[in-house]
Ligand binder design. Structure first.
Ligand SMILES: Cc1cc2nc3c(=O)[nH]c(=O)nc-3n(C[C@H](O)[C@H](O)[C@H](O)COP(=O)(O)OP(=O)(O)OC[C@H]3O[C@@H](n4cnc5c(N)ncnc54)[C@H](O)[C@@H]3O)c2cc1C
Length: 414
C-alpha cells in the first residue's frame, strides 16, 4: 500500500489524480481463516486490526452483510469522551480516547480527531451530585475531568441560555480532551490497514448460520457459501441477539433504534460538544457548519434503521430552552441506527458458551468513542483467551450480579 503524504498529494495533483490505489481490496472469501469477524463496523474492523498488529494473526476475514461502516459506525454523532463512573469503564474508554489521539498517524489515515472538549450539563440538583461524584471518581482513575460552574459553561458556550424556565444550567462535567472524529474515516482507516496486512474484508456477504461440532465453533454459513474458521468474533451491534441465536446462546440485550439529525450549515457558533441529558438532547457543530443533534432511543424494541417525526419534535423542543437560537434553524437530514442495550448500560466483551466463539456487543448509545479500546481488548481476548481490559465485561456478570452500572454516564447520553 502506498502511504498517504503531502508528497503523494502533490504527485497525484501533477497527474490528474489518476494514480490513487483502491483503499482496500474486495476479495472473494477463501475456504478457511484462522479467525473470522462478523460485522465490518468500527468495532469489528478494529478487532481485526489489533489481531494483526498486536498479535500477528493476519489470516483473518471480516464479513459484512452490507457495506463497511454502514451500520451504527456511519450513523452516530461522533462524540468521544471517557468520563464514566466505574473503574473498568474508565479504563477501557480512556484507553480508547488515548488511542484516538494518535489514530491518524497509526493508520496513516486522517480520522479528523478533534479534541475540542465535551460538557455534560447539570440541569437538576440530582445531576449536580451525580457529575460531582463522577469528577471525583475520574480523578482517582487518572481521567482528567472537572465539575465547572454555570459561568464557566457560559464562557465555553456563549450561545447557551443558563436561565431556562424549567431547567436552568447549574454547572457541568467538563472533559477538555474529549471531542469528535470523522466516523466514516475511522472505519475506512481501519479497513485500509487491515487490507494492507492481507486480511480479507468481504462486503455484501451475510452470515446466515454458525457451524459447530462438539461445542466448538467450526465456521459460518454465508450468502457466499460456507467458510471455516478456528475462531469467531461476533461484532454486529444491533444484530447481536440474532447472531447469538445462530450460535446457540442468548444475550441479555435489547435492540432499539437511536436517532439523530443535522441542521443546515451555519457560521461557527459553538466549538465544544454540549450534552443536555435532562432535557435529552445534545449538540456539536460539524466542520461543515451543520449543527449535529442527537436525541433519544425509541421506547420499544425494533430493527428500524430510520428516523421518525416525533423524535425531531421532541429533541428540538427540548433543546430550544437551552439553545434558543436553534428555533430558527432548518433541519436537513434525520436518520436512525439500531443499538444494543444491556441492563447496566455497559458492554459485553466475552467468551461465549460456544468454544472459540467470542462476542463484543452492548455498546448501546455510546460505542463510537470506544472503538479502538474495544478492538484492542477483543483482539487480546481472541488471541490469548483473556484481556485485562475486558475482564469485567463478561456476559456472565448478569448471572453473577456483578453489574457495571453506567446509567448516569450512558443511560441516555452518548
Ligand atoms: C444516532 C446514533 C448516534 C450515536 N452517537 C454516538 C456518539 O455520539 N458517540 C458514541 O460513542 N457512540 C454513539 N453511537 C453509538 C455507536 O454508533 C455504536 O455503539 C457503534 O458504532 C457500534 O459499532 P459496531 O462496530 O459495534 O456496530 P456497527 O457499526 O453497527 O457494525 C455492525 C455491522 O454488523 C453488520 N451485520 C449485522 N448482521 C450481520 C450478519 N448477519 N452478517 C454480516 N454482517 C452483519 C452490520 O451490517 C453492521 O455493518 C450512536 C449511535 C446512533 C445510532
Amino acid at each position: 500500500m502506498r502511504r498517504y503524504s503531502a508528497f503523494a498529494i502533490a504527485r497525484e495533483a501533477a497527474r490528474h489524480h489518476q494514480g490513487w490505489e483502491r483503499a482496500w481490496r474486495s476479495p472473494e472469501p477463501r475456504k478457511k481463516y484462522d479467525a473470522i469477524i462478523v460485522g465490518a463496523g468500527g468495532h469489528g474492523l478494529a478487532t481485526a486490526y489489533y489481531l494483526g498488529k498486536n498479535h500477528g494473526l493476519k489470516n483473518v476475514a471480516v464479513i459484512e452483510k452490507g457495506w463497511l461502516g454502514g451500520g451504527n459506525t456511519g450513523r452516530n454523532t461522533t462524540i468521544i469522551r471517557s468520563n464514566y463512573l466505574q473503574d473498568p469503564s474508565a479504563a477501557i474508554y480512556e484507553k480508547a480516547r488515548s488511542l484516538y489521539e494518535t489514530m491518524s498517524q497509526d493508520l496513516n489515515y486522517n480520522v479528523m480527531f478533534s479534541p475540542r472538549g465535551v460538557i455534560m450539563l447539570a440541569q437538576t440538583h440530582h445531576e449536580v451530585r451525580g457529575y460531582q461524584r463522577t469528577a471525583h471518581a475520574n480523578q482517582h482513575q487518572g481521567v482528567s475531568t472537572r465539575f465547572i460552574s454555570p459561568e464557566e459553561v457560559k464562557k465555553l458556550v456563549p450561545i447557551i441560555n443558563l436561565d431556562g424556565p424549567r431547567y436552568p444550567v447549574l454547572g457541568g462535567l467538563w472533559q477538555a480532551r474529549g471531542g469528535t472524529a470523522r466516523h466514516d474515516a475511522v472505519a475506512w482507516g481501519y479497513a485500509r490497514a487491515c487490507s494492507d496486512m492481507g486480511m480479507d474484508i468481504i462486503q455484501k456477504c451475510e452470515v446466515t448460520g454458525v457451524r459447530s461440532s462438539n461445542g466448538q465453533v467450526m465456521g459460518v454459513e454465508t450468502t457466499k457459501g460456507p467458510i471455516d474458521c478456528d475462531k469467531l468474533g461476533i461484532v454486529v451491534a444491533g444484530h447481536s441477539g440474532v447472531l447469538a441465536d445462530m450460535a446457540g446462546f442468548r444475550l441479555p440485550i435489547e435492540s432499539v433504534a437511536l436517532q439523530a439529525l443535522v441542521s443546515e450549515p451555519i457560521k461557527p457558533c459553538m466549538d465544544v460538544v454540549v450534552m443536555a441529558n435532562t432535557v435529552h438532547g445534545y449538540m456539536s457543530q460539524s466542520d461543515k457548519g451543520e449543527m449535529v443533534i442527537g436525541g433519544g432511543a425509541d421506547g420499544y424494541n425494533n430493527y428500524t434503521q430510520r428516523g421518525s417525526f416525533h423524535h425531531i419534535e421532541e429533541t428540538v423542543r427540548a433543546l430550544i430552552e437551552t439553545f434558543p437560537m436553534i428555533s430558527r434553524l432548518k433541519m436537513l437530514r434525520q436518520w436512525g441506527g439500531i443499538v444494543d442495550m444491556t441492563g447496566d448500560r455497559s458492554p459485553i466483551i466475552s467468551k461465549t458458551p460456544l468454544g472459540n466463539c467470542f462476542v463484543n456487543c452492548g455498546w448501546g448509545t455510546g460505542g463510537f468513542k470506544a472503538i479502538p479500546g474495544s478492538g484492542w481488548a477483543m483482539a487480546e481476548l481472541m488471541a490469548k483467551g483473556e484481556s485485562p481490559l475486558a475482564a469485567e465485561f463478561t456476559m456472565n456478570r448478569f448471572k453473577a450480579g456483578r453489574f457495571i452500572d453506567e446509567s448516569v454516564a450512558a443511560g441516555v447520553a452518548h
